[in-house]
Design a protein around this ligand. Structure first.
Ligand code: GAL
Length: 516
């Protein structure tokens, strides 16, 4: 009995310790890519994936770092009893089989992702992987899969606290946990045992606090129910809105960008290299938000180190959306080598007319690796305007550096900072249109599109990583100098309704240093 108890506590301690991230060497910076779900749902096919993959190359999105092409739910036709119960790719949607898709994606220099669920069925009602973890992991590896998004539907009640979510069965003998009888951990082990590095993306919607245990087995974990193409539309199906919604028992779906930002604000410290809070796929380009709202959505996802997974139909991307998603100065914040998330420093309710307690304005900031060669970090600052009107917003150095010392006492508050606007150099719509036109001008027999080398002046992270580019002070990554903020000063920005201003602060040499 005593032994049992101590084993139990040992197991619990190892689950809860946070520990270091899963050691598969992947997602050292947040993963980037495209997933079909937000714009296509179950309408998946080989043609869709390969056309999209080609466009990701043609439009320079691959060069910017969007690497994984991820096939979401609804791809299978059940299990093959005569072949070890392995999953079968739907022959109508994938006439050449899944390995052919993976090979074609790889031939473009991209990674291939797939989806399953830690339940009896997937959310779309297709065969799930619970109880078939090893056979499915082996199938994925044999097809050449590089990424698994692992969902939470039809888990047969095996959720409700951290151990149950983590464990596959409610075990009567706690020592069984040492043998890895675990729902999400079973798949982690099965993936590891294939010997193929497969990025592991948990999708249990923030249920059972995955930020506490996800880092021990996975590269990222969703923190909320499904995102919706809406800035702040309240929806009863995504409960727990507002600034105190950290403990949401029902993740739901139809979660607005504002709702997800609130939920993210509590768990930012859990992000670390190899293990990230996933705020869900991007809605940029799906048409229901304004350009300013998409700017704020993208800025915030980048600053908190969420995976950046495109969720739009790339075949009909607008120039404005291509320009937005191609901003290397913002992506460089997401891919910063220090891998620490920005945090919300304040949120003030305003007299705006938005639902759910009125509109709010917010300041987020956090450390970035220094690009000045000094020992002082760069800093990212994001001001978000939830008001329905253009708003002049202020970020004081005292608030930005509150973690370094309260009430303006931080040494950094007494310094001067170069302020660089990270949206100032957004590509023009005309430039983005030229890329789109050149790429889709003439049909290519396989994809319907012509691969076109994208123009100079765009960042190519496949040649020079963001870490290197930042170390070299590549101007494409540093935005545009907009002003200098003096000691104890304030950054002032005029922010669009539901929009964001985003800055990189770089330390200016102090007078003292000059004298030395
Ligand atoms: C949801 C998941 C979505 C999508 C969908 C597929 O549970 O959160 O991102 O994968 O299932 O059915």
């Amino acid at each position: 009995m005593v032994l049992r108890k101590s084993l139990f506590f040992a197991a619990v301690a190892s689950l809860y310790s946070g520990g270091r991230a899963v050691d598969n060497g992947l997602a050292v910076t947040p993963q980037m890519g495209w997933d079909n779900w937000n714009s296509f749902g179950c309408a998946v096919s080989e043609t869709l994936l390969l056309n999209t993959a080609q466009l990701i190359v043609d439009y320079g999105l691959k060069d910017l770092g969007y690497h994984y092409v991820i096939l979401d739910d609804c791809w299978s036709a059940g299990r093959d009893a005569s072949n070890n119960n392995s999953l079968i790719a739907d022959p109508t949607k994938f006439p050449n089989g899944m390995k052919a898709v993976a090979d074609a994606v790889h031939a473009l220099g991209l990674g291939f992702g797939m989806y399953s669920s830690a339940g009896k069925y997937t959310c779309g009602g297709y065969a799930g992987s619970q109880g078939f973890e090893t056979v499915d992991a082996n199938t994925f590896a044999s097809w050449g899969v590089d990424y698994l998004k692992y969902d939470n539907c039809y888990n047969q009640g095996q959720a409700g606290n951290q151990l149950i979510s983590y464990t596959r069965q409610v075990v009567s003998d706690y020592s069984m946990m040492q043998a890895n009888h675990a729902r999400y951990a079973t798949m982690a082990n099965a993936l590891n045992e294939t010997g193929r590095p497969i990025l592991y993306s948990l999708c249990n919607w923030g249920e059972d606090y995955p930020w506490n245990w996800g880092s021990t087995i996975a590269n990222s974990w969703r923190i909320t129910g499904d995102v919706y193409d809406s800035w702040d539309e309240p929806d009863a199906r995504c409960p727990c809105d507002g600034p105190d919604a950290w403990n949401c028992g029902l993740p739901g779906f139809h979660c607005s960008v504002t709702n997800i930002m609130n939920k993210a604000s509590f768990v930012v410290s859990k992000a670390q290299p190899g293990a990230w809070n996933d705020l869900d796929m991007l809605e940029v380009g799906n048409g229901a938000m304004s350009d300013a709202e998409y700017v704020a959505h993208f800025s915030l996802w980048a600053a908190v180190k969420s995976p950046l997974i495109l969720g739009n139909d790339i075949r009909v991307i607008t120039p404005a959306d291509l320009a937005l998603l191609s901003n290397p100065a913002v992506i460089a914040v997401n891919q910063d080598p220090s891998g620490s998330s920005a945090a919300r420093k304040w949120l003030y309710a305003t007299n705006g007319t938005d639902a759910y307690g009125g509109a709010s304005i917010q300041l987020w900031s956090g450390n970035l690796k220094s690009t000045t060669g000094g020992d002082q970090n760069d800093v990212v600052v994001v001001l978000i305007n939830g008001n329905n009107d253009t708003t002049v917003m202020n970020a004081t150095l005292a608030d930005i550096f509150v973690d370094n010392g309260p009430a303006g006492t931080a040494a950094q508050v007494k310094m001067s900072w170069e302020v660089r606007d990270l949206w100032a150099n957004r590509m023009s719509d005309a430039e983005a249109q030229a890329i789109i036109t050149a790429s889709s001008a003439a049909g290519n027999a396989t994809t319907g599109y012509n691969a076109t080398r994208v123009g100079a002046g765009r960042y190519n992270a496949t040649k020079t990583s963001y870490a290197e580019g930042l170390a070299n002070n590549d101007p494409l990554l540093l935005g545009k100098v907009s002003t200098t903020v003096q000691p104890s000063g304030t950054i002032i920005a005029t922010v669009d309704p539901h929009g964001a201003a985003m800055f990189r602060l770089r330390a200016l040499p102090t007078g003292k240093k000059d004298e030395l």
